[in-house]
Design a protein around this ligand. Structure first.
Ligand code: GLV
Ligand code: MN
Ligand code: MN
Length: 387
């Protein structure tokens, strides 16, 4: 089955007909369909599919317990109304790269589908790879709840006594190469279809709780209100101003208003802030300003996740450069499972495929088919070169 045929099979799964965006959240019926697709694609190629202690799917050729394998892959979940490429491009390209080898080698090959990379359901990005490496403690993971109150432990598909760092799976990975759509426009500017990842910017997520007092919208004088929406408005402005001041990026992209009624002053607002930057100092400076403003408004700010500056494994990235020749080497502001693995000491690297608009985490995310095929060719060359 060709790259395009696999791509076409995945297209309808989890796409919202209204927005055209994808709603592929971890451990939902849509995710189960994606996992079935992964199993089918793997079994059609004679690979053995296993689940690890973090709910990630691995498809193996050969015996990785004898010799660690070369692993390709990415994730199949999405952000709310995400694009088609972020994640699936890496998984489909992995199968296509395997198909592109002239013969199956004696060295094992793995293809992985990491669980809940976006953290869209349970709030923590890269849940599957963080659990696998122990960066996320099992007790903390099992206690995570989605917006409906369902605990991660109820849906992960691995008994709670088995969830956690998975030594056997980690030993099986000789090297991990994640191909991904570029989430920016650097390759447009350089005129290259494919680039190599250098490092991931430090980034984190924070929850902001802004208390208020519920009251009638038609009878409560403005002077008598404790309206948390005013604090939210100030927060949104503060996020932007602080990011600008420190030459960083910060976003307030998710808000929960309680009780969310048109004719009531809200009782509380919860907002989430995502902040990233070229170095930790500037991100921390942004957060310090935001926190001071939140506290002054009577609220509080809680760090939900933090990832420091993450270089991919330099020796492996150099091998990719040697195999692919002179292609751009790019930093990225987006988080990836390859970064989590690299931090845990698993040799990991990334390839990026040109995105003509740079738009990502949006239905408008795109890569031309010819660039996707150039990505597959690069990944095939990398796979062959690392075996
Ligand atoms: C993942 O795509 C992230 O960077 O949030
Ligand atoms: Mn993403
Ligand atoms: Mn991704």
């Amino acid at each position: 089955m060709t790259f395009s045929q696999m791509w076409d099979e995945l297209q309808p799964i989890g796409r919202d007909p209204g927005t055209g965006g994808y709603r592929r959240y971890a451990w939902t019926p849509v995710d189960a369909t994606l996992r079935e697709w992964f199993t089918g694609a793997a079994e059609a190629r004679g690979l053995e599919v296993v689940l690890d202690r973090a709910g990630n799917q691995w498809a193996w050729w050969g015996n990785p317990d004898e010799t660690p394998g070369v692993v390709l892959g990415s994730h199949l979940d999405s952000v709310p109304d995400g694009g088609a490429f972020d994640g699936p491009l890496g998984v489909v390209s992995a199968f296509a790269a395997l198909d592109g080898l002239p013969a199956r080698p004696s060295t094992p090959i793995g293809i992985v589908n990491f669980a809940d990379e976006e953290g869209a359901r349970f709030g923590v990005a890269c849940t599957g790879s963080r659990l696998l490496t122990g960066a996320l403690r099992p007790e903390a993971a099992l206690a995570l709840r989605d917006g409906d109150g369902t605990a991660l432990g109820e849906v992960i598909g691995v008994g709670p006594e088995h969830v956690g760092r998975d030594e056997q799976t980690l030993r099986r990975i000789g090297a991990f190469v994640e191909l991904h759509v570029e989430q920016g426009r650097a390759l447009v500017d350089t005129g290259d279809a494919v680039g190599i990842g250098a490092s991931i910017w430090p980034h984190g997520r924070w929850r902001v709780e802004l208390p208020g007092e519920a009251n009638h919208a038609g009878t409560t004088a403005l002077a008598d209100r404790r309206d948390p929406m005013l604090a939210l408005a100030a927060l949104v402005q503060q996020v932007r101003a602080s990011a600008q001041r420190h030459d960083a990026l910060a976003t307030c992209g998710k808000v929960a208003v309680s009780p969310n009624a048109v004719n009531a002053v809200p009782s509380s607002v919860t907002a989430w802030v995502d902040a990233r930057g070229a170095d930790e100092a500037r991100v921390r400076a942004v957060l310090a300003e935001i926190e001071a403003a939140v506290v002054a408004a009577g609220g509080r700010l809680v760090e939900e996740s933090w990832t420091g500056s993450t270089p991919f494994t330099p020796s492996l990235s150099r091998e990719l450069q040697a195999i692919l020749g002179p292609v751009p080497v790019l930093p990225t502001g987006a988080g990836h499972d390859a970064g989590v693995l690299a931090t845990a000491g698993v040799p990991s690297a990334m390839l990026f495929v040109r995105n003509p608009t740079g738009v990502s985490h949006s239905p408008a995310e795109h890569a031309e088919e010819s660039d996707c095929l150039a990505g597959v060719a690069a990944l095939t060359a990398v796979l062959a070169g690392l075996l």
